[in-house]
Design a protein around this ligand. Sequence first.
Ligand code: 13P
Length: 261
Amino acid sequence: MPDRKPFVGGNWKMNTNRTTGSDLARGVTDGVLNIDGVDVAVFPPFPYLLTIRAILRDRGSSIRLGAQNIYQSAEGAFTGEVSANMLKDCGVQVVLCGHSERRHVIGEKDELVNKKVRQTLESGVEAILCVGETLDERLAGHQDIVNARQVRTGLAEIPGSWLERLIVAYEPVWAIGTGKTATPQDAQDAHKQIRTQLAKQYGPDAANRVRIIYGGSVKPDVAADIFAMPDVDGGLIGGASLNAADFVTICKAAATSGRSK
Ligand code: 13P
C-alpha cells in the first residue's frame, strides 16, 4: 500500500482581514499542535501572507503556508500579478492552481492552468491542481471526461520527477459553497478515475503516490465519512476553514482516517 499522508488545506478565499485572519491562524495553529498524521496548510489572501507566516513561525508550527494563485511567468510587466519568486520570498510552500472560482469566475482555461502548475513546480514549490465538473457536465454524465481532460491538460509536459510535489484536488463545482457535498461514494468514484488518468500518464506506481484530496462543502460532520474512502487523501476546505474549531475538527478527522494509505 502506498504511503499517502492525508493533507488538509484551508482555502480562505477572499475572506478575513488582518485581525480576523491572525486570530484564525492562531486558533488553527494551537488546535492542530498535537495532531500527527496529517499535513495541514492554510491559504490566506495575498496581502496577509507575511502576517500569517510570522504567526506560524512564532508558534513553531508545521502548518504550510499556501497561496491561492500564481502568475505563469517569472517576472516582468504584468501589472497586478504575483510571481513564484515573490511567493517563495514570502514563505509560500504550496500554491493552488486552477481553482474552480478562477476557472469559472475569472475564466482560466486548462492551458493556462497547466502553465501555472509548471511555473509552481519548476520553482520548487508544491502545487495543488484543482479539477472538477460543473452541474451541467455532471447531469450530462460527462464528469469523468471533464476530470480526465483537466488532469491530462493540466499536467501536460510535467515530468514524473516533479509529481512528489503535486496534489490533485477534486472539487465538483456544484458542491462548492452550496452546502451540497458529494456522497463519499461519488467522491471515491471520481478520485479513482482521476488516479486512473494519472496512471495513464505516469504509470500506476507514480499514480498511487499522488495525494488526491476532496473539496466541496466539507464540514466537520461529513469529513470522517469522506476521508475514509480509499482514494480520498484529505480535503480542501472553504467555508469551514474560516472557523478554527471546525477546521481543526476536520484536520483531526483526516489524521484518524486510517491512513497512511
Ligand atoms: P466550500 O468548502 O466552501 O464548499 O469550498 C470548497 C473550496 O472551494 C475549497 O477550495
